[in-house]
Design a protein around this ligand. Structure first.
Ligand code: PAF
Length: 276
């Protein structure tokens, strides 16, 4: 496995890959956990070579979000990438990616970027799409892998790739959960034992919503809401799979965001509405 630090090195490493088959790409911000390992393994299973990026992107952090508090563990991350059979890891510095400060050119996520997570984190998706577009441009993969845990991010990346004709397949991978059901996230490390217990009500709410699916949207939201005790809920919403308005029947997505102490958690699940 090769580790490269500059954009030029990545371009050269990509051009020199001795593979005829598909090249996969897994963009990350490091602090890799089993959810990331599942992305690396999916990419390795599908592709002849796997590129990984590890970059804590300042552009997607708001003024009230402490980027310095974001966990960093490069040595462990490189070991995880090596163990998963990755081919190249791109780990640039902030100065390498933004040599003249925040870029003047950015990707506008459109109206969906201002909803849900975008209501609490106004510039977040603009920052995510801008770095993902650049990384895709540098890595030129055939397929890129993202977790369904950050469902709105996944939908917006699909939208960008589709509307800007970026010619890469976006693969959404199922959320990996702790045995108790808590979705894996680098933020879980901030939860105390009692907070972790309380956070369990997120997945209980989502599963209650799924069970109520045959009764329709109102039944789903009521069932889920009933489980969200002891948390400060930012939103609980039922949408179409593309995050447009929920249909009356058929596939939908139930999404929740809540604060447990000072830690903000998000989760989501597919729901089938109006069908037993
Ligand atoms: O999901 C993440 O880890 C980040 O938002 C991403 C896609 C790597 C962009 O910085």
């Amino acid at each position: 496995m090769r580790v490269v630090r500059t954009r030029q090195e990545l371009i050269q490493a990509r051009a020199g890959l001795p593979v005829a088959g598909p090249v996969g790409f897994v963009p990350t911000m490091g602090a890799l956990h089993a959810g990331h390992r599942a992305l690396l393994e999916s990419a390795s299973a599908d592709c002849d070579a796997v590129l990984v990026s590890i970059f804590v992107n300042p552009l997607q952090f708001g003024p009230n979000e402490d980027i310095d508090r974001y966990p960093r563990a490069l040595d462990e991350d490189l070991a995880a990438c090596r163990a998963a059979g990755s081919t190249v890891v791109f780990a640039p510095s902030v100065a390498e990616m933004y040599p003249t400060g925040p870029p003047r050119t950015a990707v506008d996520p459109g109206p969906l970027g201002a909803e849900l997570e975008g209501q609490v984190r106004p510039e977040h998706f603009r920052g995510v799409l801008t770095i993902v577009a650049r990384l895709l441009q540098l890595a030129r993969p055939d397929a890129a892998y993202f977790g369904e845990k950050d469902y709105q991010q996944l939908v917006l990346i699909r939208q960008m790739v589709d509307e800007l004709d970026m010619g890469v397949r976006i693969i959404g991978c199922p959320t990996v959960r702790e045995p108790g059901g808590l979705a894996l996230s680098s933020r879980n490390r901030y939860l105390s034992a009692p907070e972790r217990e309380r956070a369990g009500s997120l997945i209980r709410a989502l599963r209650a919503g799924v069970a109520a699916g045959p009764g329709g949207a109102e039944a789903v939201l009521n069932a889920a809401r009933g489980c969200l005790t002891d948390l400060e809920v930012d939103y609980l919403t039922l949408r179409a799979p593309d995050l447009g308005p929920a249909p009356e029947r058929g596939p939908a997505r139930l999404l929740v965001a809540a604060r447990v102490g000072t830690t903000r958690l998000i989760d989501n699940i597919p729901v089938l509405l109006g069908e037993a």
